[in-house]
Design a protein around this ligand. Sequence first.
Ligand SMILES: NC(=O)c1ccc[n+]([C@@H]2O[C@H](COP(=O)([O-])OP(=O)(O)OC[C@H]3O[C@@H](n4cnc5c(N)ncnc54)[C@H](OP(=O)(O)O)[C@@H]3O)[C@@H](O)[C@H]2O)c1
Length: 355
Amino acid sequence: MRQRLALLGLAAAATGYAVRRARRYPLRDRVALITGGSRGLGLLLARELGVRGCRVAVCARNGDELRRAVTDLRALGITAHGITCDLRDRDQIRAMVAETADYFDGLDIVVNNAGIIHSAPLDALGETEFDDAMRIMFWAPLWVFQEARPHLKGGVLVNITSVGGKISPPHLLPYACAKFAHVGLSEGLDAELVRDNIRVLTVVPGLMRTGSTRRANYAGNAALEYAWFSLLAGTPLVSMSAARAARRIVDAIEDGRHHLTLTPLARVATAAHGIAPGFTQGVLRTVNRILPGPGTEGPTVGFEAASRADQWGMRFLTWFNDRAGRDLNQMPEAGRAPVPKPRTRRRTLRRRTRR
Ligand SMILES: NC(=O)c1ccc[n+]([C@@H]2O[C@H](COP(=O)([O-])OP(=O)(O)OC[C@H]3O[C@@H](n4cnc5c(N)ncnc54)[C@H](OP(=O)(O)O)[C@@H]3O)[C@@H](O)[C@H]2O)c1
């Protein structure tokens, strides 16, 4: 009996290994396009894909930040190309995808990563905020995919969504609406594109320390909105290191996966919402009671809101996220730190030394 069980275990392990090997997607010499690759998670994904052998194109609106990102990537020995593009405009998307495919003579991986955040109570939000969120985080991923589709046979489409696309937290309504739509798009495409031999990877991250809290928009009571949002986003047990998130995402691309949820809290929250949505909604109503009340301020950029909330205690509590911001091209030129090399995992290192 024991022998039979041992044999069964061995057979299961061998089958699992064979399936994992068959699903593997080697990254060497692939061409990857990362939207919003000028800073934050997008820049880290470009670095991680680049050190594992991809040639990368990154896009964003801010030309100076994009140039700095491309310089950073090239300094790591990565073949990189920057394209200025406003993803709210389909013509610019068409031109960006065509330029990537021309420049590198192909396109294998598309990462829909660009995003924006408006943190404000409902009464401080207008139609513009909803429209912007839907354009950048729903329509742009759809348009980017449609333009890239002819190149993607045998390739991978990666959608960076959010736990805000599974549960709708208070004061982030435009973001959550767009991310719910993005999750729906991504999971729907995953099922349909099997016929086209295009793999879709849906990434559902919880909070990550990308330093983007100073780049978000706040309204109502802007300084207080900044304070609660950056406290959550910068707390180590609640949020995860963005560098680790990028490594996990690129591992998932390489391992042939279709779904990845990041952070234990995001996993627990989505599971709880699936099983007992009435309970999680109750928690969200309670959270809303402790969030700042409706104020009168219009949209305020993060740097300004941060300067008003910037007391000693705040600086101490947001230290991790602020440091990430300096490393990830989020700060104006004067406040930047030198670019750190990505921490190569043992697995990546092995592969690089084998070359
Ligand atoms: N940080 C988190 O805790 C967290 C959690 C869950 C999910 N996510 C998701 O992860 C992704 C990356 O987040 P992040 O924190 O790294 O964000 P980030 O640092 O604010 O970076 C956003 C990127 O998107 C670009 N972008 C924004 N609007 C654009 C537009 N209209 N056209 C072209 N590019 C545009 C930005 O460049 P320009 O401004 O120059 O255009 C920038 O490169 C987002 O989709 C976000 O929703 C983040």
